[in-house]
Design a protein around this ligand. Structure first.
Ligand SMILES: NC(=O)C1=CN([C@@H]2O[C@H](COP(=O)(O)OP(=O)(O)OC[C@H]3O[C@@H](n4cnc5c(N)ncnc54)[C@H](O)[C@@H]3O)[C@@H](O)[C@H]2O)[C@H](O)CC1
Ligand SMILES: [K+]
Length: 488
């Protein structure tokens, strides 16, 4: 996957730092570039005004000294406050502190008086425990005074690996270096960062090779090459055939999913529904095939047709025993499969039974509530999604404003293009349909899930406010077009 979208943990970032320095770039130069980048981004957004630069005891604080010097050189009135003693600073931070020739004040609320902008350079990647009370108290005071805040690397108190935070103050702008960290994209981190700018400070990309990065921002660069391609001589049977099991009496969910599967480019979509629902479904579709499906035996008979290349169960299915039986039959067919919603909840009392049945490429698409019914994981969202993928053997799409897609082999992407308008009933059904539509065309499960999540967000973004789920399937072509080439 693409280097540009790699996400590095603070520990990996430190390693890239060390390797870059070992390769001949002085640490003090990296720090100079980091501070200069922050000062430049400030200059682009704010007019000259009194600034309070809050510096911590490590290299994040060192960056702060550079920001202060750079802004002062441009004529900004700058006050600098330091946590701890100047004499205790080490290495590059001590070097840059020595170049700051104006007063250094003790860290406290008085340093904020008269400030029109605060630079948060207290802690970055090196934060090793929750903020001490005086620091957390000062950041809370910054929030109370509603001062504009620019965070260096991360808002202090935010864990770059997890997106979890204690005591951090929300920034208007965060300037970070080289590569983003998971915590810039995972909530609440993403909101705490405000606008996030990635500055190139000359860190060595070759250093990433040794790290074996397995986490990326969900970007088309990560899966574009795996998208289905349309050959000029194609016909509908070459474009995959998705089988969507539609629920009854809840029929809207299945219809949304089927339409999304078709819009994702599946050549054929069959919706198999309980006989009582046949008329309702048939009336809703022109381009898709609707077939009555009486029971699990009928499903086995249907699955004997090898032309079904992607299977979906869950939307509107009902969380009862029938759904569980149907899910096990689908999994036994050993074809690419998406299980969503009720098809997950149906296993709440026997998740091991579900996991044991997963043998072919399978995508599970739980929201947080459904996830908690199946998995007893703990920790941050990325860690939990990874653990669940490893345990179940399926690709996990752990949904939310910061959806994580994780594969059993440890790869993961974090999605960031989903607008909050997606928080409305039925959008999950569209996502499940999108993913099965891509799976049916032969896209590998992890890539299909990541692409589905991205297209879902892009489709919603093209619509704007007032979105309801039924608007989404017909926006998928616009989202596909955004990928730049005629695909799917
Ligand atoms: N890699 C890069 O891109 C570059 C990053 N730079 C900046 O350096 C920081 C990381 O610096 P580091 O010294 O590792 O960490 P911190 O500045 O966050 O501070 C660590 C420092 O603080 C002590 N400490 C940790 N937690 C606490 C706590 N809760 N309370 C009190 N003290 C704490 C710890 O023991 C250390 O002494 C990165 O974020 C960038 O901003 C470079 O400048 C350029 C290259
Ligand atoms: K910071």
């Amino acid at each position: 996957m693409a280097l540009a979208t790699a996400l590095l943990t603070p520990a990996e970032m430190g390693e890239v730092d060390r390797r870059t320095i070992a390769g001949g770039t002085a640490g003090a130069l990296l720090m100079e570039r980091a501070g200069a980048a922050v000062a430049a981004e400030i200059g682009r957004r704010w007019t000259r005004r009194p600034v309070a630069v809050l510096c911590g005891p490590g290299n994040n604080g060192g960056d702060g000294f550079v920001v202060a010097r750079r802004l002062a050189a441009e004529g900004w009135p700058v006050r600098l406050a330091l946590l701890g003693e100047r004499a205790a600073l080490r290495g590059d931070a001590a070097h840059h502190a020595a170049l700051w020739l104006q007063p250094v004040e003790p860290l406290g609320p008085a340093a904020l008086d008269g400030a029109g902008l605060v630079v948060d350079a207290l802690f970055g990647a090196g934060l090793s425990r929750p903020l001490d009370a005086p620091v957390a108290g000062l950041l809370a005071e910054v929030g109370r005074r509603r001062l504009a805040v620019v965070a260096v690397d991360v808002p202090s108190g935010l864990d770059g690996a997890t997106g979890l935070a204690s005591g951090a103050v929300a920034a208007d702008l965060t300037v970070t270096f080289g590569w983003l960290k998971p915590g810039h994209l995972l909530q609440p981190g993403r909101d705490l960062c405000g606008e996030t700018v990635l500055a190139d400070i000359g860190l060595d990309p070759a250093a990433l090779d040794a790290l074996g990065v397995k986490t990326w921002a969900n970007d088309p660069a990560s899966w574009r090459v795996a998208l289905p391609r349309l050959a000029s001589g194609t016909h509908k049977y070459m474009r995959g055939h998705a089988l969507v099991l539609g629920g009854w009496p809840m029929s809207g969910a299945g219809r949304l999913a089927a339409r999304a599967a078709a819009r994702a480019g599946a050549g054929l979509v069959t919706v198999a529904v309980p006989p009582a629902g046949h008329g309702t479904y048939a009336a809703a579709f022109e381009s898709q095939i609707v077939r009555p499906l009486a029971d699990a035996h009928a499903l086995d008979a249907l699955l004997a047709d090898r032309r079904f290349t992607g299977l979906l169960l869950g939307p509107g299915a009902g969380a009862g025993g029938t759904t569980r039986v149907m899910a096990l039959r689908l999994l036994a067919a050993e074809r690419p499969c998406v299980l969503d919603a009720d098809a997950l909840t149906a296993f709440a009392d026997a998740p091991a039974e579900l996991f044991a049945a997963i043998r072919a490429p399978t995508v599970l698409t739980p929201h947080a509530g459904e996830f908690a019914r199946l998995f007893k994981t703990s920790g941050d969202k990325l860690t939990q999604a990874r653990a669940a993928a490893a345990e179940s053997g399926a690709v996990l799409v752990l949904k939310g404003g910061d959806t994580v897609v994780a594969a059993p082999d440890g790869r993961a992407v974090i999605n960031a293009n989903a607008p909050p308008t997606l928080a409305t009933g039925g959008t999950g059904d569209v996502l499940a349909g999108l993913i099965v539509g891509l799976l049916a065309q032969g896209m590998p499960a992890f890539e299909a899930a990541a692409a589905g999540v991205w297209l879902h967000g892009a489709a919603a973004a093209t619509f704007g406010p007032g979105l309801i789920a039924s608007d989404l399937p017909d926006r998928i072509p616009v989202a596909l077009r955004r990928l730049g080439r005629s695909r799917a």
